[in-house]
Design a protein around this ligand. Structure first.
Ligand code: HEC
Ligand code: HEC
Ligand code: HEC
Ligand code: HEC
Ligand code: HEC
Length: 251
């Protein structure tokens, strides 16, 4: 399958493919009707959006299957508004941010992920001069699919959609391998779960560690630090891959 560049453009496709419904299938057995996700808590944003149509409804399924949905970070935690109101106008009132632009997205994500935002601002993806395009967090992580992007998404592809084209030199090979590692670990862990096995605490711990080390190089676009530290991360990644395959009953 060809992996695509941006997550956001991919949401629709993923929903159509039914990838998200695989996850929701498990929830549906908890009492919801088929096709209607079981909604956590008593949140009017979720309730009304789940009953809406089109994009307003699609994002609910994508969100619930994301790292945020699982951690009970809700619509209002990012978009503001008032989740206690059942009326759309009233719910969409207080501090409501509809569709954030780049800078609003950085502020939105940074309101909880302050260390990541601070590191990001020191990097070359956040040029000081106005008018030069910046990246925002959703460009790499997606808006609603954070931690659980569609199958077609690849971190490796995100980077080469800019680096290595005519106006930007290619990244050092090490960076490409680092991002490929993030993709591989995601695929391997999905396979493990698909076999009905949960990753051990040790596997989860190492995965988190590698994620943090990767983020600490990519957010500040630390080329020099990368050349120095990536070989060690890759070695740790290879060892983790073996552990995951072993847990999945493969050689
Ligand atoms: C009673 C129904 C209802 C409630 C409650 C509701 N929404 Fe909406 N929302 C909608 C519908 C329908 C749309 C589609 C666009 C429109 O009709 O305004 C929408 C659109 C949006 C958009 C997209 C805006 C844009 O500019 O594209 C966001 C973001 C959003 N809602 C977030 C929220 C959040 C956060 C809450 C809770 C604080 C919430 N909604 C509560 C019905 C609702
Ligand atoms: C982690 C933060 C975050 C959470 C949680 C979140 N959103 Fe969003 N939402 C965003 C961002 C960022 C965008 C802008 C996406 C873009 O520009 O592509 C967005 C865009 C939207 C849009 C506009 C349509 C689109 O896809 O561009 C709607 C509708 C929406 N959100 C509704 C919701 C609803 C309903 C929930 C809860 C089920 C929710 N959002 C939860 C960050 C979030
Ligand atoms: C209201 C607080 C809050 C906001 C706003 C928020 N997040 Fe999060 N984020 C969390 C929590 C809580 C977790 C789960 C932490 C965990 O599982 O250790 C998380 C996890 C993550 C992760 C790790 C996912 C993984 O692979 O497990 C990423 C990446 C992330 N957020 C990016 C974003 C982006 C991008 C935005 C803006 C579109 C955003 N966050 C907005 C609270 C927030
Ligand atoms: C939207 C385009 C775009 C995307 C996507 C992108 N970058 Fe960049 N990147 C840039 C620009 C522009 C620069 C600044 C180049 C300069 O100033 O010489 C940069 C600089 C860097 C640098 C610093 C290079 C140096 O010589 O100091 C690193 C490292 C980097 N990016 C890594 C990544 C990684 C890893 C990814 C994928 C996860 C990625 N980038 C995705 C546009 C992008
Ligand atoms: C150029 C792509 C790119 C951009 C832009 C980007 N990130 Fe990340 N981020 C990554 C990569 C790659 C990882 C490591 C993912 C993995 O290993 O699964 C990561 C990891 C994270 C994590 C998990 C960190 C941990 O210690 O586990 C959080 C939280 C996060 N990013 C938040 C943000 C926020 C907030 C922004 C915007 C200020 C942002 N990211 C912008 C590429 C990016």
């Amino acid at each position: 399958m060809t992996r695509m560049r941006r997550i956001s453009a991919d949401h629709r496709k993923a929903a159509k493919l039914g990838i998200i419904f695989l996850f929701l299938g498990a929830q549906a057995s908890l009492g919801a009707q088929a096709g209607t996700p079981a909604l956590p808590g008593n949140d009017n944003c979720l309730k009304c959006h789940a009953q809406s149509t089109g994009r307003a409804a699609e994002v609910v399924k994508i969100h619930l299957a994301s790292a945020h949905g699982k951690a009970r970070v809700n619509c209002g935690d990012c978009h503001g508004g008032d989740p206690d109101q059942a009326d759309k106008m009233k719910a969409h009132a207080a501090n409501f941010v509809g569709k954030p632009d780049r800078n609003a997205t950085l502020a939105m994500c940074g309101s909880c992920h302050d260390p990541q935002l601070a590191q990001f601002k020191t990097g070359k993806h956040f040029p000081e001069k106005q008018g030069i395009p910046r990246l925002d967090c959703a460009e790499c992580h997606g808006a609603h699919a954070v931690g659980n992007p569609p199958e077609t998404f690849s971190f490796g592809q995100v980077c080469v959609s800019c680096h290595g084209l005519e106006y930007l030199p290619a990244l050092p090979q090490q960076f490409q391998e680092l991002l490929n590692l993030a993709d591989d670990l995601r695929d391997d862990l999905k396979l493990l779960v698909a076999k009905g096995r949960q990753p051990s605490d040790e596997i989860t711990k190492q995965r988190r560690q590698i994620r943090r080390l990767t983020a600490e190089l990519v957010h500040p676009t630390d080329r020099a630090g990368g050349l120095e530290r990536i070989p060690q991360i890759l070695a740790q990644g290879e060892s983790l891959k073996l552990q995951i395959r072993k847990a999945a009953g493969e050689r």
